[in-house]
Write a protein that binds this ligand. Structure first.
Ligand code: UT7
Length: 332
């Protein structure tokens, strides 16, 4: 029997209109455009405004557009997986809410949380379903309203994050395209450097947790930076070696967009010239689960059938990993 692979056959992303610029941020906290551009590489980020709107609203827009773009009837979708660290609520899963809002009625859906590596973990999970031969149309959506867990009085974290969603359609193929290989890692001992302190079962929400600002993301930036630089570059190099790929074989590196310096270090380690590295951190900041589909969506018109892409991410948990795929279609 021919091997079934999962190929991305369509991609879409969605960002809210409102732009929070470095100039605006420097009126809120003691920071500057110069510091943020030099240390992180972000110029502006998008923020979802409006009461009662959450990650499912971001995801809904990305998925609706994807269904339209790929001419997919919502009832034909078999499975939808949402990667998020900012679910609408603890339960039900944001994936279920997105499915409901998009009229996806014949699918099962669930959330997956691997922080900034979440989209990659979800993509591979969806691919594994497709590879069984039983699932023909699988949607992977990364959606995060990071502004909901960002403390806009903390200059060490508030310049970093933004809100966005990105979604892909996975379909089976027996050609040499699609997802070829992946390497994933987790190290839970890194949790002390990047987490949300309260609101979970260990420390449920209380007046004390609210007063102590424990419902906002906590990060020890320097420690995370060291692990991220090392591990994201290592895992990208590892997947190249395992598949006998040389830098000239690779059309694009698609890195998680947390810090321009981490992105550049990964590209250098892989021996890639800067023009082969997808970068859009300047316009959106770190959108956690959405960075990778948002990047590919922006570069979609430059991708050709057969292009080799290496996707790489590092995030809270710690989690990190890399996916090697062959792009399955020419620009439309
Ligand atoms: O996606 C999930 C994984 N997350 C990451 O990959 C993030 C990894 N970490 C980073 O990207 C970087 O560590 C940050 C961008 C978060 C911080 O950059 P850094 O170069 O590591 O800065 P730092 O934390 O070492 O701070 C250097 C100085 C400090 O001042 P002193 O102590 O040297 O006087 C900070 O207080 O910069 C100061 N600082 C700022 N200054 C102006 C920190 N934030 C700001 C700011 N504006 N926004």
């Amino acid at each position: 029997m021919e091997k079934i692979r999962a190929a991305i056959t369509g991609i879409n992303a969605w960002v809210p209109e409102y732009k929070l610029t470095n100039q605006a941020l420097s009126k809120m906290v003691d920071t500057s455009d110069e510091w943020i551009m030099k240390r992180v590489g972000v110029k502006e980020r998008r923020i979802l405004k409006g009461k009662g709107r959450g990650s499912s609203d971001l995801g809904e827009q990305a998925v609706r557009g994807l269904l339209l773009k790929t001419n997919t009837a919502p009832e034909d979708v078999d499975l939808l997986i949402c990667s998020t660290v900012t679910p609408d609520m603890f339960f039900p899963a944001t994936a279920n809410i997105i499915s409901d809002k998009c009229g996806i009625k014949n699918a099962f859906s669930f959330d997956l949380n691997a922080a900034c590596s979440g989209f990659l973990f979800a993509l591979q999970t969806g691919a594994a379903y497709v590879e069984t031969g039983r699932y023909k149309k699988v949607i992977i959506v990364g959606a995060d309203k990071m502004s909901s867990i960002t403390d806009y009085t903390d200059r060490t974290t508030c310049p970093l994050f933004g809100d966005a969603a990105g979604a892909v359609l996975l379909e089976p193929t027996t050609d040499e395209f699609g997802i070829i290989d992946y390497i994933f890692h987790t190290d839970g001992s890194g949790r002390k450097y990047l987490h949300l302190k309260a609101g979970g079962s260990v420390k449920p929400a209380s007046h004390e947790t609210v007063n102590a600002k424990e419902h906002f993301l906590y990060q020890e930036g320097q420690a995370v930076f060291k692990f991220a630089v090392l591990n994201m570059a290592d895992v990208a190099a590892e997947i190249m070696e395992r598949n006998n790929l040389k830098s000239e074989d690779i059309a694009w590196l698609v890195p998680h967009q947390a810090n321009l310096r981490i992105i550049e270090a990964t590209g250098r380690r892989m021996g890639l010239p800067p023009e082969k590295v997808m970068i859009n951190i300047e316009n959106y900041g770190n959108t956690t689960s959405a960075t990778i589909p948002l990047c590919i969506w922006e570069y979609e018109q430059k991708l050709k059938k057969g292009d080799i892409l290496i996707l790489a991410a590092f995030g809270g948990g710690f989690t990190w990993g890399s996916i090697y795929l062959k792009w399955a279609y020419d620009p439309k």
